[in-house]
Write a protein that binds this ligand. Structure first.
Ligand code: URA
Length: 458
């Protein structure tokens, strides 16, 4: 061996190094990720390293090296042949969050490509793929070449992750789930961004939720994750912004599968139900940032104006229907969108006293949606396309005793009792009107993220 050849690396030494609080370099992290993807490192060693990383934390450099190594662990999508700037939006998950059905067609209608690789419902949060699969015939498991064909035709496509895309995350995420190492900012950042960056994005808008329904409940944790993801994606060459947005109540008035499509298509058709106004507003803000970062306009506010125009002239609706048809979906179900809603059973929950709708435990509301049959507890379980909740009163609304608060839709009548109880406990009705909560509370551009991370104590 020549004197300049790097010393061979032993996994046990990398575990020990992290355990003792030192940072690994990019070569060491690359070895761990390659070993996770090709199965050459035993799971007990990967688990030990994950726990050491969870306990010691990952530096910014380690997080960036992990993200890139994971991104490069399998096949990647290259949008270059589309001849358009590729942008996407990713949300950290929530209840009633259906902005993807609006922002993808809005950005595509403004001349961008939106290659969106999405997830399924798990725990209290809903999943974009399950919602789309409520459309008869809609296929989410496209090959990368089918994905490219739909993107070339429609400008937007929403699909599931392929087995070959970021295989390292498949192994590491399953291990994290089983070893209590999910809640680590560095590991979350690398897991989310490796999948987004493997789609070859030029720009990315992150919607990081805060409040009672958010994945990270502590505001400072959510802020740190937002800044970390912006700095990491920017370092990888993707223009990125993160918006901290409110998940202190469900977004819009529907939470479930088909009923979320009803609400999204109403807005794409130009209707403006009062209880869907927050969904419309957030979708326009996010799309405005996508259009701005995609280089179409000088500011996010101008991007929003472009998005409003694409909503008003019906071009975003056309993109959405084209995408549904191109992915095998039966567009005729949208001719009478309410008639296609066929829940097995339903029940109205009424206000038990007069007052103002105040605090909501949005995580509990998400569990209620799941228990009605719309979500799943374990990966792989089926979901009911027609289960869910329609909320009639939003936070801050004045209600009289007996006024409908929510309508629940379930597969069977026996499934209604537990969610009804969850809702009664999750919504507070009080005498005083609650303080308004801003929809967008903070924005991390690259400069803001760098400044935040410089001062953050971790
Ligand atoms: N979603 C992901 O894809 N990865 C995480 O680590 C957490 C949420």
């Amino acid at each position: 061996m020549s004197s300049s050849a790097p010393a061979p690396l032993h996994i046990v030494d990398l575990i020990r190094k992290k355990r003792d609080g030192s940072a690994l370099d990019a070569r060491e992290i690359g070895l761990l990720v390659a070993g996770a993807a090709n199965g050459s490192i035993p799971l007990e060693q990967l688990s030990a390293w994950l726990m050491a990383a969870w306990l010691r934390g990952l530096s910014l450099a380690e997080t960036q090296a992990l993200t890139l190594a994971m991104r490069d662990s399998g096949e990647k999508f290259s949008p270059a042949r589309l001849g358009k700037v590729a942008v996407d939006k990713h949300s950290t998950g929530g209840v009633g969050d259906k902005t993807s059905f609006l922002v993808a067609p809005l950005a595509a209608a403004c001349g961008l490509a939106v290659p969106m690789i999405s997830g399924r419902a798990l725990g209290h949060t809903g999943g974009t793929l399950d919602k789309l699969e409520a459309i008869p015939g809609f296929r989410t498991a496209l090959t990368l070449s089918e994905f490219e064909t739909v993107l070339a035709k429609c400008g937007a496509s929403i699909v599931s992750q392929t087995p070959k895309l970021v295989p390292a995350d498949r192994v590491l995420y399953a291990l994290r789930d089983r070893t209590a190492t999910v809640e680590s900012p560095g590991l979350i950042c690398a897991s989310i961004l490796s999948k987004k960056l493997a789609a070859g994005l030029d720009a990315l808008v992150l919607d990081v939720k805060t409040g009672s329904g958010a994945f990270l409940r502590k505001r400072e944790d959510a802020e740190y994750l937002a800044a970390l993801m912006v700095a990491t994606a920017e370092a990888a060459g993707t223009r990125t912004v993160a918006l901290m947005t409110d998940m202190g109540q469900p977004l819009g008035r529907m939470a479930g599968n088909w009923i979320e499509l009803i609400e999204a298509v109403e807005l794409l058709r130009g209707q403006r139900p009062t209880a869907s106004e927050d969904l419309r507003e957030l979708s326009l803000i996010l799309a405005g940032w996508m259009i701005h970062l995609g280089g179409k306009v000088a500011t996010p506010e101008m991007g929003r104006q472009f998005a409003e125009a694409a909503l008003a002239d019906g071009s975003a609706l056309r993109v959405f229907f084209e995408m549904v048809a191109a992915q095998g979906g039966d567009v005729s179900v949208f001719d009478d969108i309410d008639a296609f809603h066929k829940p097995g059973a339903s029940q109205v929950v009424e206000a038990w006293q007069g007052g103002f709708v105040a605090e909501m435990d949005t995580t509990a509301l998400g569990w209620a949606v799941q228990r009605l049959g719309a979500g799943r507890e374990k990966a792989g379980e089926p979901v009911d396309p027609h289960a869910g909740i329609e909320f009639h009163a939003r936070r801050g609304a004045r209600v009289e005793a007996g006024q409908p608060l929510a309508t629940l839709y379930a597969t069977h009548a026996e499934m209604l009792a537990e969610p009804v109880e969850l809702i009664r406990k999750a919504i507070a009705i009080q005498k005083e009107s609650p303080q308004p909560v801003p929809l967008v509370s903070r924005i991390f551009t690259r400069a803001a993220a760098d400044a935040y991370l410089k001062d953050a104590v971790r």
